[in-house]
Design a protein around this ligand. Structure first.
Ligand code: GDP
Length: 430
């Protein structure tokens, strides 16, 4: 059986924690898209980790952790990450890398930097990990798959060809030093040594594993609103963040995905530019940012302060729908315990009309939040394990959100640790 864990919002919903938790009952955990441009934060018995490329199943001895073909694989970053995990006492995880995964090339990172520099104020707020140039090259058919490392002759030739076009841009658009294909070749030979023991035909491996009845977990990065098709284009990421893409980015039949756990955060946060309707500012935002997540809402990869906002029913309803949600995991609810009153965005006012349907980017820019204010519960709910033991106003908040998004909240996360989870039956469950 295949389950997916994905985000409904702008990312940072707490997917890492849920994956770490659900990995316990999984044989295989797969990253199917994205690269080292976003991070998952995981707190467990070994300590606190920010994973960018490794699947969040690496903390269990029984899981196989896979980098699927849909990932933007930065090989040195992956290996540094493995080292940092092992250095903290985690046993060496079992890792497989798809022979069809493409590699982030050293120049992808450079082009990302140069382009953001060129755009200046109009920049995308990229993490400069090379992800956009990587996916551009992939679809322009000048990317490099891992398997190409093993054919030196063709690799050399292709590098010369690719560098020719790259160097025109470097010289005339960015005014930066040219690339030397031979140097890149040498770097790639280093990469080859690193990945060689792990490379395999992942889709075949998974086909056989599914036939044997293995439990597979797809781990998504970022959230619905960052999807290049269904998100807030162009302020999106460069690969699909949707569960459906799990089938492609891992190489499994789409009908195998039986459960889609969509992680929804109890308030909003976003990184990068783009419309963010329920955004709050000033002291109100600072306090939520300080208290948010586990130690504040700052980027796991960049350390950048995240933009903060109240819970957005419009964006979350859409985010859940577009994922094909079977279950909602509602996270970081504990953080809201300091508020007397909790505003929730229940609609968008656009050109004088109120809607609860998430619009396209042009209209989104004009949207103003319609807020409804709920009573807070004013206490610490960490440590509670039964839904009925939550304060009444907290349950009301959860049920209000469930009503507005229209998808069953079956899990509530009330702390950063694995065991901080409350299971709940929802009348919306099928
Ligand atoms: P991801 O990219 O979706 O995995 O999200 P992050 O790694 O950015 O996770 C958000 C942060 O919230 C991390 O610091 C987690 O440790 C933390 N976190 C996850 N769930 C909860 C929760 O229920 N309560 C609190 N207080 N923190 C949580």
């Amino acid at each position: 059986m295949v389950r997916a864990i994905v985000g409904a919002n702008w990312g940072d919903e707490g997917k890492g924690k849920l994956t770490d938790m659900m990995a316990q009952e999984s044989d295989i955990v797969i990253r199917f898209q994205g690269g080292a441009n976003a991070g998952h934060t995981i707190v467990n018995n070994y300590g606190k980790f920010a994973l960018h490329t490794l699947p969040s199943g690496v903390f269990y001895g029984h899981t196989t952790n896979i980098i699927g073909n849909g990932v933007a694989l930065n090989i040195p970053v992956l290996f540094n990450e493995i080292k940092s995990v092992v250095d903290k006492g985690v046993p060496m995880p079992k890792i497989l890398i798809s022979d069809r995964a493409q590699m982030v090339m050293p120049y992808h990172v450079l082009f990302d930097e140069y382009e953001e520099e060129r755009l200046g104020k109009a920049s995308f707020g990229s993490t400069k990990s090379g992800i956009a140039p990587f996916y551009s090259d992939k679809y322009a058919k000048i990317g490099f798959q891992v398997q190409e490392l093993f054919d030196e002759e063709n690799l050399r030739e292709k590098l010369v060809r690719v560098c020719e076009t790259k160097n025109v841009l470097l010289e005339h658009l960015y005014h930066k030093p040219a690339l030397d294909p031979e140097k890149i070749f040498e770097t790639l030979m280093e990469y080859r040594k690193m990945v060689e023991p792990y490379v395999c035909d992942v889709s075949l491996y998974l086909w056989n594993a599914l036939k044997e009845g293995k439990n597979v977990l797809l781990e998504g990065q970022l959230g619905s609103l960052k999807d290049p098709d269904h998100g807030i284009y162009p302020m999106v990421t460069s690969s699909s963040t949707l569960a459906a893409y799990g089938a492609i980015g891992a190489g499994i039949p789409p009908y195998e995905i039986k459960k889609i756990v969509t992680v929804v955060k109890a308030y909003s946060s976003a990184v990068g530019a783009g419309a963010f309707v329920s955004e709050i500012f000033g002291e109100e935002a600072d306090e939520l940012r300080r208290r948010g997540g586990d130690g504040g809402e700052y980027g796991a990869t960049t350390g950048r302060p995240r933009r903060m906002g109240w819970f957005d029913c419009v964006a979350s309803k859409y985010g859940c729908r577009i994922q094909g949600t079977t279950d909602v995991a509602f996270t970081v609810v504990d953080v809201l315990g300091y508020l007397d009153k909790i505003p929730v965005c229940v609609g968008y006012e656009i050109d004088g009309k109120v809607t609860t349907d998430f619009p396209t980017t042009q209209l989104l820019e004009k949207a103003k939040p319609v807020l409804e204010v709920l009573d807070g519960w004013n206490c610490d709910i960490r440590g509670i394990r039964n839904y009925d033991e939550l304060p009444e106003n907290c349950r009301k908040y959860i049920e209000f959100v469930e009503e507005h998004i229209g998808f069953p909240i079956t899990m509530i996360s009330n702390g950063p640790k694995r065991e901080d989870i409350i299971y709940r039956e929802s009348r919306l469950s099928k």
